[in-house]
Design a protein around this ligand. Structure first.
Ligand SMILES: Cc1cc2nc3c(=O)[nH]c(=O)nc-3n(C[C@H](O)[C@H](O)[C@H](O)COP(=O)(O)O)c2cc1C
Length: 217
């Protein structure tokens, strides 16, 4: 590629012809539709099918990073993180979020917009207890998003945590680590089609009911 990267980028092109999507194909509730597409992604060729880009806002500046979906109940979506991370702080001042799932082998994208709230301590304890011990230890040891001098500093925090809890079978969930719940107000299911005439089927909540409509690609 080298110097020709721009030319290469302009010539990258794939055909979207995997499948199609119409309002009449979709479930009445977007949570049910999401469950179907998640199952397709999990049983398909998609790497990390539960990964999504979480966008937050601070002082009108968008911030985005990838996290993992760990629950879908009704149409509410769950993920877990450090409450004192950058995203945790951004969410304190603005509870509006946008989510983007991308399943390239299926030529699908899902966009969600909604409001965020904390999962209960019980829900967070339950998921924390199911994580591998190494991941639990990492959550205890790492002050997520803080500036760190070097890798050695991180390793020494991890070793300290291991030393502190040596011999203890059940690690305690740190109070600054837990779940968030996204209550969606908008869903969009995007299916790639030929000639860039993609299908976009949307759901918007109006007076507690989901309205469905199509958008132009
Ligand atoms: C595939 C993938 C999955 C990730 N899953 C999570 C996750 O579930 N929770 C989390 O806190 N960070 C996860 N991360 C790391 C985040 O992208 C991010 O680096 C971290 O949460 C700190 O973000 P912040 O500084 O904006 O708070 C994941 C990253 C990748 C690439």
């Amino acid at each position: 590629m080298g110097n020709n990267v721009n030319e290469t980028l302009q010539n990258l092109r794939i055909r979207y012809s995997h499948s199609s999507l119409d309002v009449s194909d979709c479930e009445k509730n977007p949570g049910d539709q999401m469950a179907i597409w998640l199952k397709d992604a999990i049983s398909g060729e998609c790497d990390e099918p539960n990964a999504f880009t979480l966008s937050t806002c601070e002082d009108n500046k968008p911030r985005a990073r990838v996290v993992l979906l760990k629950g879908l109940r009704e149409e509410k979506l769950y993920f877990f993180t450090n409450y004192q991370s950058s995203k945790g702080n951004e969410l304190l001042s603005n509870d509006s979020v946008a989510l983007t799932f991308l399943w390239l082998p299926l030529q699908r994208q899902v966009r969600v917009q909604g409001r965020i709230s904390l999962a209960s301590a019980l829900e967070s304890d339950d998921y924390f207890s199911k994580r591998p011990r190494g991941s639990q230890m990492g959550a205890i040891a790492s002050p997520q998003s803080a500036r760190v001098k070097d890798r050695a500093q991180l390793e020494s925090w991890f070793a300290e945590a291991e030393e502190k809890y040596r011999g203890l079978e059940k690690l305690p969930r740190p109070s600054n680590w837990g779940g968030y719940i996204i209550t969606p107000e908008y869903f969009e299911f995007w299916q790639g089609r030929d000639n860039r005439m993609h299908d976009r089927i949307c759901y918007e909540i109006k007076d507690g009911r989901w309205e469905m409509f199509r958008r132009a690609p």
